[in-house]
Ligand binder design. Sequence first.
Ligand code: 5GP
Ligand code: MN
Length: 334
Amino acid sequence: MKIQDIQAVQLLLTTPKKIAIIPHRGPDGDAMGSTLALYHFLLKYNHEPIIVSPNEFPDFLAWMPGAQNIKIFEKDKLNCTTILEEADLIFTLDFNALHRTGEMEKVLAPLKAPFIMIDHHQKPDDYAAITYSDTSFGSTCEMIYNFISLLGKKQDIDKTIGTCIYTGILTDSGSFRFPKTTGDTHRIVAELIDLGVENTEIPSLLFDNSGFGRLQILGQALQNMKLRMEHKTAYTTLNQDELNSFNYVKGDTEGIVNYGLSIKGIQFAAIFIENADEKIIKISFRSQGDFDVNQFARDNFNGGGHRNAAGGKSVDSMQETIQKFEGLVTKISI
Ligand code: 5GP
Ligand code: MN
């Protein structure tokens, strides 16, 4: 982060403000962790922070400190629009293009209040007065740790803030396995554990706490999986009927895409999940090594993300979407 940007943020935060904090639509552990960490930090300085999430967060993150105070735009558009319009300052965390907030973009785009973006995705849009964007970080939560430290306020990071930061680092690094996990990541985590962050309980709350439905959905996705070994590709699908039959709750499909990569010889994995309400197929892509799924998602499925983890969507039917994907797979070289 540039020194003049740090000073500008320090200046903005000298007087108490109404501050809206926005995660991306479909908030994951990193989006929730970074927004909640910043929320708890700003509370210490008598600001009035409010997290406005474009839509509901998954059940498996409901235990996070402060989650119960998050406003959900989709559930209460009038009230949330007022909050956004009255904000003096707006943080957008863990995304870098306003369309990642879905319908909320229409409210955000015309706002006059300054935006501060903190994010680790590629190709940031140019909407923020202050942009702290760095793709070398494995998570926005690790950036929030740095952000608070750069403001000279590292001593404010307590167990609550640490719990939020730890959660995002853990989830976005695939439990410290993905390539952007560095010595610094582990040093930060070590400090958080010293602050009392529950490093055995949190993974358990996140990963060992699901209903039977989630396992059945995983079973269905594994049944549906197709391999294209000559293109080092595995993909699977879940349609709405399958999800309904196992009493799907939000979050149940999180992480399933990674199973494809656990197969020997597979370097590219995808999952296609039907969302009948939104009339879209939501897609997740993962890769190991050099194949750039961010580019693949941008070029073909209206999406983006990182080199090894990206997502996108399709408004075609599941069958048409898969046909298109199959066609593309025959052309890629991995
Ligand atoms: P996931 O597959 O877990 O939903 O997302 C993987 C990564 O891709 C995340 O970093 C997420 O922010 C990004 N991503 C997921 N869906 C989209 C999308 O529709 N558009 C863009 N630009 N990025 C996405
Ligand atoms: Mn992230």
